[in-house]
Unconditional design. Structure first.
Lengths: 438, 438
């Protein structure tokens, strides 16, 4: 039975807190193993990569075979059904258009004191993209990570993907080709992260590493952070649906299950102002589970982490939603727009009954890499800014330094940093002498 | 003797690599102690805070005395010299103006397919600002962290600052008042970070924690990450100066020493196309050290981490500068503008001979919290975006879902996520039936 809460019950706050505090991930301590793998790659380079790949992925590769060749990628692209290729191309184009609007503007101004100041954005030089192997090897994730990097202007996007038993989904290579990925290596795990961070004879290091992975990959990313930049560490996926009596219970159930089928740790929550809808959705979930291919996973997720919460009004649901800070928030209600305008914490909002979250996973254009585990309270989904950095630029001339410099001298002195004060004062004095001499 | 490198020497690349690889920080392993302090605060709340404060800061405080009162802040403000107060006010106003230009725009568009999509930025609900105690208690850092948070629209900015022996620099309270900080607590160390992350009876938790601190504070921030957001972990400060024969050696030396006086682990590097300037700067550094109050610290930094590099031209210095990715980059050269335009990796650029870095530390308006330890390759200085997050917003109607939905169904199926496909297909079928019925 799925968890049922009613905001009118006296025990509600306690039940809601327990839901918020639910631990959905077993943290596996793989840190020592990962440290040794990283050390191995740093010391032995390609030889270690080949060794770990034989051991963990069960296939033998020569140094010259670490990279996929253009021919191999051509063959993979040729093996993809035209319909799938067209869908990937539509997704690529829409993701590109959406993210192009995120490219930030440089800024420069000369203020009243004559100080010229502003900033300049530019792309990170090179980025590594980790793509999981096997069943979690999603071509859509390749697009969602690589396209924004290319839109940002990253010159070198390097993909790594393990090929257990030598096998790889050709769609992943096709997506990489469509996204403009520059190099692709058949390696995975902590060894791939180490190769991206430190380089080997074959693989030049990158400056930042993004993309999801298992516990080994996550631990490796944490360890190489500093040497390179990393993106957020993604947790299990989640959806919160706010729905009123106008919502279609079958559609709501389908959306809850689309989330639940990801993995057993996924979380699907419905908050509704309609007790009737609550009942209808609960029944529809059971009915749809009967024919869902991944029913076993979806059932476990729904049973262990799902919830249906009834509230007096969806107004009353907003503070609950902000506390959950869901990765995905669907609002299927009459006043969806007004409610959405008041949401403060969410990764992405899907408005109205005709916007299933899955359309955002694939083809809407917005990014599907979104903050999980309540981190939407303080962070954003993946975007172009994650592949750029801002350099601030400042220029004074003698007159503008004379205008603002004395305050810097004062503050340097009160902070006990006389050297700071002097570096300004030495110029102010020279200007004064020059003026006096003139 | 400071390290001297010449780009023309055969051993140059090796020497430069050694300079890049220099480890300037001793990492102290305080993780176990920090874990126990955090657990203490989570279990005992205020009582633990009071206990740790007595133990580590050597003064006794009652729960009611944890927060600074408005009266105490008034008295601190009254104790500050008018000249210092005016300098702080100038700094505050300029920082506010600079950061106001960083407030990002929301975006919304309806594309050719009829899909409405875009994003909305909003402020993080609450932010904790860590301010170190004792000598490193800098009012300028209070402004640099708190003003951008307030410009972003953060409703609740909470400052924590340890008061060893009960003492606090009144300038820190004055800066907090000027920046609009909402609550100030006299606590520090890992216990303060724990209180901000988890809350106590007196202190409500915040959503993100920013600000510099010692090894305990850094370890605590790493540990509470996830529960709350954190900013980057700052390393020792650094400056790189690119200068040609037109630069004033006394000014260059003053700027190198302004950096070196921060702490022994700070780094000051000069790269110059003029061997004469190199000699003159080396001599000027020694001469200025003779009268610098913090000469002992600055001398150790210059001796252990400083460097003077000669290059055939400043053009040739640009790739070296990008590899260093300095926190602060000064360009004191005839063609400073042209050179600056080609810089890819730096926290901030200070252009021309009249822009000492210290003016940026205090009053220029740009932020002085900048990426250290080569992380300018992949990250930016602190800004308004660090206190905001972006929610993506998506809306389809039946027509636009009919346009892009089939591709989502295809991709869901090829990824083996039938539930994803069905959540779209169920709506497409309903629309088709409705159309057929109409």
């Amino acid at each position: 039975m799925v968890l049922r809460l009613d905001a009118g019950d006296p025990g509600f706050e306690q039940g809601f807190l327990a839901l918020l505090a639910q631990k959905r991930e077993v943290s596996v301590d793989v840190d020592e193993a990962v440290a040794s793998i990283i050390a191995g790659v740093r010391e032995q380079g390609d030889a270690a990569l080949i060794d770990y790949t034989a051991r963990f992925d069960g296939h033998t590769v020569a140094p010259a075979g670490l990279a996929f060749t253009a021919d191999e990628i051509d063959r993979a692209v040729a093996a993809v059904e035209p319909e799938a290729m067209a869908a990937l191309r539509l997704a690529r184009d829409r993701i590109e258009a959406y993210h192009r609007a995120q490219v930030p503007q440089d800024h420069e101004t000369t203020d009243a004191a004559g100080v010229r100041l502003g900033w300049r954005w530019n792309a990170i030089d090179s980025v590594g993209l980790y793509v999981p192997g096997g069943k979690a090897s999603y071509p859509s994730s390749v697009l969602m990570n690589a396209v924004p990097a290319k839109v940002a202007g990253v010159e070198r996007v390097v993909m790594v993907v393990p090929t257990p038993g030598g096998e790889l989904n050709p769609l992943v290579l096709a997506a990489a080709r469509l996204a403009g990925v520059d190099e692709i290596y058949r390696i995975g795990g902590a060894q791939a992260v180490a190769a991206l961070a430190y380089g080997t004879q074959t693989i030049r290091p990158v400056v930042k590493i993004v993309g999801p992975g298992n516990a080994y990959v996550a631990a490796a990313k944490r360890r190489v952070f500093g040497q390179v930049g990393i993106d957020m560490i993604a947790g299990p996926s989640e959806v919160l649906i706010l729905a009123d009596a106008t919502a279609n219970p079958d559609w709501v159930a389908a959306d809850l299950l689309a989330q639940a089928e990801h993995d057993e740790a996924a979380q699907s929550i419905l908050i509704t102002s309609s007790p009737d809808l609550a009942e209808a959705v609960a029944a529809a979930v059971e009915a749809q589970l009967a024919t869902l291919p991944r029913a076993e996973i979806a059932r476990a997720s729904w049973r262990d982490h799902g919830a249906i919460v009834t509230v007096p009004s969806l107004e009353a649901a907003l503070p609950l939603s902000d506390r959950i800070a869901p990765e995905h928030l669907e609002i299927e209600a009459e006043d969806a727009e007004a409610l959405a305008a008041r949401v403060r914490n969410a990764g992405a909002i899907f408005l109205g009954s005709h916007t299933p979250e899955a359309v955002g996973d694939y083809v809407a254009g917005s990014n599907h890499v979104l903050p999980t585990a309540r981190s939407a309270r303080f962070s954003s989904g993946l975007g172009v800014l994650d592949f750029m950095k801002r350099i601030s630029v400042l220029r004074c001339d003698p007159a503008s330094l004379a205008a603002i410099g004395p305050a810097a001298v004062t503050l340097g002195r009160v902070e006990g940093l006389e050297g700071h004060a002097r570096s300004v004062a030495i110029r102010l004095e020279a200007s004064r002498r020059a003026d006096a001499g003139a």
